[in-house]
Design a protein. Structure first.
Length: 317
């Protein structure tokens, strides 16, 4: 019974020290919960047709180097910028600083997980529709960025083939001019044999150039088809369309209950600490324990002393 009374005495003595945290902590947590911006989490799943694409540097998806290439492509500034424009989140009139902030924010909230030929993209955002649109817009620029090195290589080869085609075309024009000149010379020549020899030589050279030109032209057409094919290559196929996996789950009631628990724990801790640090002598036992002396008597609180009618008296405070 004495322990219960002692506990109640302590609780009442330090009532403000545990009551204030019990009230303030839930209120502060509720205020923070009301001001909190909701966060939406969306995901989509892509399948990479690496074998069909025929691109050597992304064929083996288990290779760490290949995974690094895929990761750098997805998080590149070009891909994120194109996706933001495609999703309508940033416009042409948007300042470059805000566009860069959007790119950095998207990079921080985008997660890539790879398992075999499956790529899982997860994106978090404070706007549900924008988050889903942005996730939908990532696949096309992502594919283009992955195929960019192969496309650049094919375009360089195409440029070299085009130079050959132009070279053989020029040679053909010159050979046709030589053949025409030889035929004109034949009409005016006195010795027809030499003129016929010159014409035959010009015709042979023209035929050789024409064959080389036809081969170069065929190679140019094939290379052009490869570039067109890689531009339309379905390297990435959407297996699961972007969807929300988790919306804003903020329960104000749970927040208040958690605040009450934390406030009570803080109040109890403050009360216990205050009691342990309190060295006030409140009873005879406290005096005997602290000083080792026996209490001989008690003197009541006389209040404020003053003289009244020539006699010393006291006024209670």
């Amino acid at each position: 019974m004495q322990k219960v009374l002692f506990l109640l005495t302590v609780i009442w003595r330090y009532r403000w020290r545990w009551a204030l945290p019990l009230v303030l902590v839930p209120l502060l947590m509720l205020f923070h919960s009301l001001k909190m911006v909701p966060v939406y989490h969306a995901t989509t799943t892509l399948h990479m047709n690496a074998d069909e694409a025929g691109v050597s540097y992304i064929t083996n998806l288990e290779d760490p180097a290949t995974r690094d290439i895929i990761g750098r492509a997805l998080f590149s500034e070009e891909v994120l910028r194109a996706a933001l424009y495609d999703a309508g989140i940033v416009l042409e009139s948007t300042s470059s600083g805000r566009v860069q902030n959007r790119i950095d924010g998207t990079r921080r909230h985008l997660i890539l997980k790879m398992g075999g030929e499956t790529l899982t993209l997860k994106l978090s955002g404070d706007d549900k529709e924008q988050t889903l649109r942005l996730l939908s817009s990532l696949s096309t620029p992502f594919r283009d960025e992955l195929l960019a090195p192969e496309r650049f290589r094919l375009e360089e080869e195409l440029a070299k083939i085009l130079e050959r085609v132009q070279y053989y075309t020029t040679q053909k024009i010159q050979a046709e001019a030589l053949l025409q000149a030889a035929e004109q010379a034949k009409q005016a020549a006195a010795v027809k044999l030499e003129a016929n020899t010159a014409i035959a030589r010009a015709q042979f050279e023209l035929e050789t150039i024409q064959k080389s030109l036809d081969l170069a032209q065929a190679e140019y057409d094939n290379q052009l088809l490869l570039i067109q094919k890689i531009q339309t290559q379905r390297l990435l196929r959407v297996v699961e369309a972007p969807r929300l996996v988790q919306g804003p789950q903020v329960s104000h009631l749970s927040t208040v209950l958690l605040g009450l628990i934390l406030g009570l724990m803080l109040g109890v801790a403050i009360t216990i600490l205050s009691q342990l640090l309190d060295n006030t002598l409140r009873s005879d036992d406290d005096i005997r324990s602290a000083l080792g002396l026996r209490v001989l008597g008690r003197m009541p609180n006389l209040g404020r002393l003053q003289f009244m009618d020539g006699r010393l008296g006291s006024l209670p405070e």
